[in-house]
Design a protein around this ligand. Structure first.
Ligand code: SAM
Length: 221
């Protein structure tokens, strides 16, 4: 296998990269087993899974090292089979992760898998972000709101603008450079009169040249 997940994990600041790799193997087995009866992912080859689901999810900690060192409350909108939420919860016990999905079966899978992996820092919610956005339990509760492969950024922001903590909370969205270029103008119009500014990280390549990625993130204006 050419891609070394343990080394990649060390580069992302993990304190227990070996335990993490063992957890990823278990996660892989659970996803592949459940994928026989539920449409979770088309990425089933082991190395591709490690690169396109696991390394991609984890890359946020290379760009934002606070994931490895701070007690952050993270909401992951549209978690699907648990990406990035389960990967982040496994990698960083200091995080409190709330994976959210509107599809009951996917939320149930993530909940069951978090328990099977022994993760105590995961609290799964079955619901739609636009509805949860109105509930006090979600209002200004999160340090970081993530979403990967869910919807254009203006939709994610519009549906969950109450989620981040006042002043310090922010969105960090997984994007390709093309998606970010498409999303930014509408975001800037939406936020023109708000104390929010949108930024992009440098573009980086996934391992084995599996695609170009960046993060589109909000901050104080
Ligand atoms: C293409 S999947 C991506 C899953 C995962 N984030 C990943 O990267 O593999 C999109 C998921 O988002 C969920 N979803 C879409 N819109 C949503 C919303 N507004 N609130 C919660 N979940 C949503 C869908 O049910 C689906 O499971």
């Amino acid at each position: 296998m050419a891609f070394n997940l343990k080394e990649f994990a060390i580069g992302c600041g993990l304190h227990d990269p070996e335990g993490f790799v063992a957890g990823v193997d278990k996660l892989y087995e659970l996803v592949i087993e459940t994928n026989k009866t539920m449409n979770l992912t088309r990425i089933v080859e082991p190395e591709e899974f490690r690169i396109k689901h696991v390394a991609d999810s984890l890359a946020i900690a290379r760009e934002f090292p606070e994931f490895a060192s701070e007690y952050l409350k993270v909401a992951d909108i549209g978690c699907g089979a648990g990406f990035p939420s389960l990967v982040l919860a496994m990698a960083f016990p200091n995080l409190k992760v709330t994976p959210i999905d509107s599809t009951g079966k996917k939320a149930a899978f993530v909940d069951h898998t978090a328990q099977a992996l022994g993760l105590r820092n995961v609290n799964v919610v079955n619901g739609r972000s636009c509805e949860l956005n109105r509930r006090s339990r979600f209002k200004h509760q999160f340090d970081v709101v993530t979403a990967r492969a869910v919807a254009p950024a203006p939709v994610i922001y519009g549906d969950a603008d109450n989620f981040p903590k006042r002043k310090t909370g922010r969105f960090i969205l997984y994007k390709t450079p093309e998606q970010a270029a498409e999303d930014l103008p509408a975001l800037e119009i939406m936020c023109a009169k708000l104390p929010i500014k949108w930024h992009v990280t440098e573009t980086f390549s996934l391992p084995e040249n599996a695609g170009k990625r960046l993060f589109l993130y909000s901050g104080e204006a």
